[in-house]
Ligand binder design. Structure first.
Ligand code: ADP
Ligand code: MG
Length: 252
């Protein structure tokens, strides 16, 4: 559908910490099924932008939309809480450091939010956990504790946990950068599989090869600005801006 609203739209995002402007007029549209990579030097504002999308780190200016809901709408506190809980159910997020609950089993980690936030019963939540674990290739780990898993397995559980909420979009913030090199591929494979299933995704990554293979569009950020964006072949092979070229010389 041509006129379908983007799943995520960021309009003129600005963010300052004190006098420091971390995002300076960033706009972004992500359509259903689209996979967007965000690359750029450390400190360029990539994580700040992702965190602004579910209002974990509210913008100082601009708007964030999830379909036809303004995520960062100014609301009185009582209404805001219900609003943001609803929004966050639709936005799955996977961080660099697997934030699994250490005292809960894999099953407990995955079933908690669907049971608490969606009111799903234990049996249905268990089935959901099993389905999502199968998707990330960890069906045999359902009764393990996080401490019994490798880093790659933990990150795959974190992905399964996010998927269990049936989100409209998945945000990944350097999901593989804390992993030992031999564990990166298993997580990348899960993300590739989601891409093949046309999951809408925004992926902050320092792995240029992965971005090139998996993403429909690449955004290069530097110092709080989107310097350039386009299909991976264009951005990686014929970057138009000197800042993009300088970054790619170091990272390709
Ligand atoms: P990236 O993810 O691209 O490495 P970040 O979004 O984490 O960049 O950070 C962008 C800039 O914002 C950096 O200069 C960082 O130091 C600053 N920053 C991030 N979070 C905070 C914070 N909570 N307080 C002050 N400055 C911050
Ligand atoms: Mg970051």
């Amino acid at each position: 559908m041509l006129n379908e609203r983007p799943v995520i739209e960021v309009r003129h995002a600005r963010k300052s910490y004190g006098a420091v402007e971390v995002l300076r007029d960033v706009s972004l549209k992500v359509r259903k099924g689209e996979i967007v990579a965000i690359i750029g030097p450390s400190g360029s504002g990539k994580s700040t932008l992702l965190r602004a999308i579910n209002n974990l780190d509210p913008l100082t200016g601009g708007e964030v939309w999830l379909e036809d809901t303004q995520v960062n709408e100014a609301l009185p506190p009582r209404r805001y809480e219900a609003h943001i809980n609803r929004v966050r159910q639709d936005i799955g997020m996977v961080f660099q450091h697997f934030n699994l609950f250490p005292h809960l089993s894999v099953r407990g980690n995955i079933t908690l939010a669907p049971m608490m936030l969606k009111g799903i019963g234990r049996k249905e939540a268990d089935e959901l956990a099993e389905q999502q674990l199968a998707r990330v290739g960890l069906s045999d780990r359902v009764d393990f504790m996080p401490s019994q898993l490798s880093g790659g397995q933990k990150q795959r559980v974190a992905i399964a946990r996010a998927l269990a909420m049936k989100p409209k979009v998945m945000l990944f913030d350097e999901a593989t950068s804390a992993l030992d090199p031999e564990l990166v591929e298993e997580v990348n494979l899960v993300m590739k599989q989601l891409a093949e299933e046309h999951m809408t995704m925004i992926i902050v990554t320092h792995e240029m090869g992965f971005a090139q293979d998996v993403c429909d569009r690449v955004l290069f950020m530097d110092r709080g600005l989107v310097v350039e964006q386009g299909p991976p072949d264009v951005v990686f092979r014929q970057p138009r801006h000197e800042r993009t070229r300088a970054f790619l010389r170091k990272h390709l």
